[in-house]
Write a protein that binds this ligand. Structure first.
Ligand code: SF4
Length: 361
């Protein structure tokens, strides 16, 4: 084990078998190794100040429709077309949400939705063009790979063409939603009608080749084994070696409330262990976000000492808009305080991990 510890400390690549060994280390040791790897990964960022800064972003999560015919067992969001509370967003509604985002200093919208069986390609292109013309400074980080696989079927067009046309209409980058665990045994159990592993990775590869940045994600703590989590990391790492388009990796834990999938909630210890291992394994992805949304702000803060270098987004709360204005789960002041408490300088970033005031990533 000593050799493996030294190798990990030095920043060398670890294998799947070695990752499994590292996973059994005491959390303090694993966390320290992950922190070391974070320092190696970010040493040259921000003009050499990468290890003095922790970043965050201000963006808004917009779900353009809740109509979906995929029925994932972990999802409490989807509705059938006929449900009383089914919706498809209008241009006026999206304008209002983006205006609120801009007023808060936001730079981006994260736009994802259900797999609506009837929306046409032109509907999406019109939406993207409308946003670009009305709000040219806003980046649309939109449509997860499983949505693109769905579009491929509904539009009956090759993925390359769809992604190229979406990009030309205003799509700026693609989120890694629906990554879950990139092992088909797991996907067959939790979301059998959604994109399988190869399809998810194919969308990402095409996007990267067309110059679109994307993120990679992992949702864990349901039916998968630790070995399958490591296999997931391996598939992401191999893809990144080939196409180099993942800007960040984000892992979060499955939340079982209101879903059909029963699994004991993953606690902070296991979350931090997996976060640490992800940083060590993914030696070709510079940025790791901590997951305060599922783990709470305190654990989200501690994750910044377990390999993460970014606190994610303030996540302007959807569907909870009071008369006094938009309600947040955590505001910018909270984020800045959590970061400063750890001894870092908090800085807002954009989707490409450049500081919003213009210092290059
Ligand atoms: S595809 Fe998305 S919206 Fe549809 S059921 Fe699955 S997670 Fe929910």
């Amino acid at each position: 084990m000593d050799d493996l510890l030294q190798k990990t400390w030095n920043g060398e690549r670890v294998s799947e078998a070695e990752a499994l060994q590292l996973y059994s280390l005491p959390l303090e040791t694993l966390g320290a190794l992950a922190h070391r790897r974070r320092e190696l990964a970010k040493a040259k960022a921000f003009d050499g100040r990468g290890n003095e800064i922790i970043t965050y972003s201000i963006d808004r999560n917009i779900n353009y429709t809740n109509v979906c015919n995929v029925y994932c067992k972990f999802c409490a969001f989807w509705r059938s077309e006929k449900a009383a509370d089914a919706y498809v967003i209008s241009h006026a509604e999206i304008d209002q949400k983006i205006e609120e985002t801009l007023a808060l200093g936001g730079t981006q919208i994260l736009m994802q939705g259900g797999h609506h069986p009837k929306l046409t390609k032109q509907w999406y292109l019109d939406l993207l063009s409308h946003i670009r013309e009305t709000f040219p400074s806003i980046n649309v980080h939109g449509f997860s790979p499983s949505e693109f696989i769905h579009f491929q079927e509904v539009f009956d067009e090759p993925l390359e063409e769809i992604i190229r046309d979406f990009s030309a209409a205003g799509l700026g980058s693609i989120p890694g939603g629906g990554g879950e665990i990139l092992v088909d045994r797991v996907r067959q159990k939790i979301s059998p009608l959604k994109a399988m592993s190869d399809e998810w990775l194919e969308v990402m590869a095409i996007a990267h080749r067309q110059g679109l940045a994307t993120t990679a994600t992992m949702m864990f703590g349901h039916v998968e084994t630790v070995e399958e989590r490591i296999e997931h990391l391996e598939r992401v790492r191999v893809q990144q070696d080939e196409t180099k388009g993942f800007t960040a990796f984000i892992a979060w834990t499955f939340q079982s409330e209101n879903t059909k999938l029963n699994a004991p909630t993953v606690g902070a210890h296991e979350y931090l262990r997996m976060q640490s291992l992800s940083r060590i394994y993914l030696d070709n992805i510079d940025n790791l976000q901590s997951s305060w949304v599922t783990q709470g702000r305190e654990i989200g803060q501690i994750a910044l000492r377990h390999g993460a270098n970014d606190l994610g987004s303030i996540m302007i709360e959807e569907n909870v808009v009071s008369k006094a204005g938009t309600v947040y789960c955590m505001d910018v002041a909270d984020m800045q305080r959590l970061i400063k408490d750890l001894g870092y300088e908090p800085r807002q970033r954009d989707n490409w991990y450049a500081l919003v005031d213009g210092v290059a990533a």
